[in-house]
Design a binder for this molecule. Structure first.
Ligand code: ACO
Ligand code: ZN
Length: 448
């Protein structure tokens, strides 16, 4: 029922976008501080719902809440929030933003902040959202960019792109709740479920439309070349220029779960490595990473994603391992494009740590019994992990010691034991023998 508004000083009457107050989080008893991003009032009964962002948490936990979940007694007006932030800025030594402390908890409660010191995390960069409409491409019409909202360039904190716009998607046998905004066309945003063809990733408005599409859709796997297969896992290399609609649809799908950096909807300069799991119905997408055909900064991954139903099962690691196998084949070292998300950083840290430790553990003492020796460059060449990432990982693991005038790596019992335990758990690995691929030198080609 709508609460009565008694006077203008009643916080209920004063609440606006930008106010901050404690809000009860979904499914738990925590009341973290949240910012009001949007207010929707039912025109008939005046009942309001509020779109909130929990200040210390990742945006994927943002949600619509009812009035009863707001603690108005502790409400700060936007002016007070600004004044407080100004004060905090002045106090901070370098004025830079603190690293994001958020992670997605299994149950929404305050998570332990990931340790992210020493790895360069770059500030958010401009979100460029430019995508051709799926239908206009299909009918060979010239692309007609949408005139409103999400098709144009947005500032990352734009009101439109700050809010999730898709309620649910259906992909194969899964229904997925998006984490972030994605620039699907307007007509997809006000419906309960967007239906995707799990093979070509075309999006439609109803299950009936999807049924009709499935009858004529020729695909049972991503387009492009299957360059890896071991047991049920395959990788397909998709060229962003040759398979533009698929690549754009993949970007739109990925954007639902990726928030922290630019997604390029001009897909021409990218290759997409799509990982699938095969059964008797086809090759089902599990995750992917994109890679620039030419990177001046030695990036070997632009964006990486494991779809939520497959997360925390080792697939992210497998994608990362695959990206480094490609770099090995190219005879290069590489690094993921920055900034990394919280989950991206955790996954890369874990991959780098285990890969470097594997090399150190396997080193044998020399014949005259001297301690084995290895340089940072050698570790980098053996693994294709960029030198800076090798150094930051050794520092993160606290393995470098200064001893008798030189740097030595000391492997402690605890580090070794936790590494061995992790190795035993790890079932999925890339088998380089199953990769059938030759690196192209894109700089020598006239056109991507
Ligand atoms: N909480 C704590 N640890 C986690 C979590 C989590 N939610 N997710 C992954 N990890 C850790 C795992 O414990 C594991 O470490 P371990 O092997 O030492 O135990 C490591 O990260 C990798 O786990 P996987 O199961 O292999 O990874 P997953 O399949 O879940 O994929 C990924 C990781 C790709 C980052 C996934 O979380 C994702 O798609 N997130 C959304 C998109 C995103 O943030 N992508 C990265 C952006 S950065 C970039 O694009 C360059
Ligand atoms: Zn299809």
């Amino acid at each position: 029922m709508a609460k009565e508004i008694s006077s203008v000083t009643d916080p209920r009457a004063m609440i606006t976008e930008g106010c901050r107050l404690p809000v009860k989080m979904y499914n738990c008893d925590e009341w973290p501080l949240a910012e009001i991003l949007n207010i929707k009032r039912d025109t008939e009964d005046g009942i309001a719902s509020f779109y909130v962002h929990y200040v210390a948490y990742n945006k994927r936990l943002d949600e619509w809440v009812a009035d009863a979940r707001l603690d108005y007694d502790k409400m700060q007006m936007p002016s007070a929030v600004k004044a407080r932030e100004k004060g905090a800025d002045a106090k901070s030594l370098n004025g830079s933003r603190p690293p994001s402390p958020e992670m997605k908890p299994a149950t929404p409660r305050p998570p332990a902040p990931p340790r992210i010191e020493k790895v360069p995390i770059v500030e958010k960069i401009k979100t460029e959202i430019k995508v051709e409409s799926q239908d206009s491409q299909e009918s060979n019409q010239p692309p007609t960019p949408r005139q409103t909202g999400s098709m144009s360039t947005h500032h990352p904190d734009d009101v439109v792109t700050r809010m999730k716009n898709i309620t649910m998607i259906e992909l194969g046998k899964y229904r997925l709740k998006p984490w972030y905004f994605s620039p699907y066309p307007q007509e997809m945003t006000n419906i309960p479920v967007v239906y995707l063809c799990e093979f070509c990733l075309k999006y439609v408005k109803s299950s009936k439309c999807l049924e009709r599409h499935l009858v004529k859709c020729p695909l049972k796997h991503p387009p492009g070349n299957e360059i890896y297969r071991k047991q049920s896992i395959s990788f397909f290399e998709v060229d962003g220029r040759k398979n533009k609609i698929y690549s754009q649809n993949l970007c739109l799908l990925a954007k639902l779960f990726l928030d922290h950096k630019t997604l390029y909807y001009d897909t021409d300069p990218f290759l997409f490595y799509v990982m699938t799991e095969c059964d008797d119905r086809g090759f089902h997408v599990v995750g992917y990473f994109s890679k620039e055909k030419e990177s001046t900064e030695d990036y070997n991954v632009a964006c990486i994603l494991t779809l939520p139903p497959f997360q925390r099962k080792g697939f992210g690691r497998l994608l990362i391992e695959f990206s480094y196998e490609l770099s090995k084949f190219e005879g290069k070292t590489g690094s993921p494009e920055k900034p990394l998300s919280d989950l991206g950083l955790l996954s890369y840290r874990s991959y780098w740590s285990h890969t470097i430790l594997e090399i150190l553990v396997d080193m044998k003492p020399s014949e005259n019994g001297e301690r084995p020796q290895i340089t940072i460059n050698e570790i980098s060449e053996l693994t294709s992990i960029k030198k800076e990432d090798v150094i930051s990982t050794l520092q993160y693991l606290n393995l470098i010691n200064y001893y008798k005038g030189q740097y030595v790596i000391v492997l402690t019992k605890e580090v070794l034991e936790s590494h061995m335990r992790a190795m035993q758990k790890r079932k999925l690995r890339i088998d380089p023998k199953c990769l059938h691929w030759t690196a192209k030198d894109w700089s020598k080609r006239g056109k991507w």
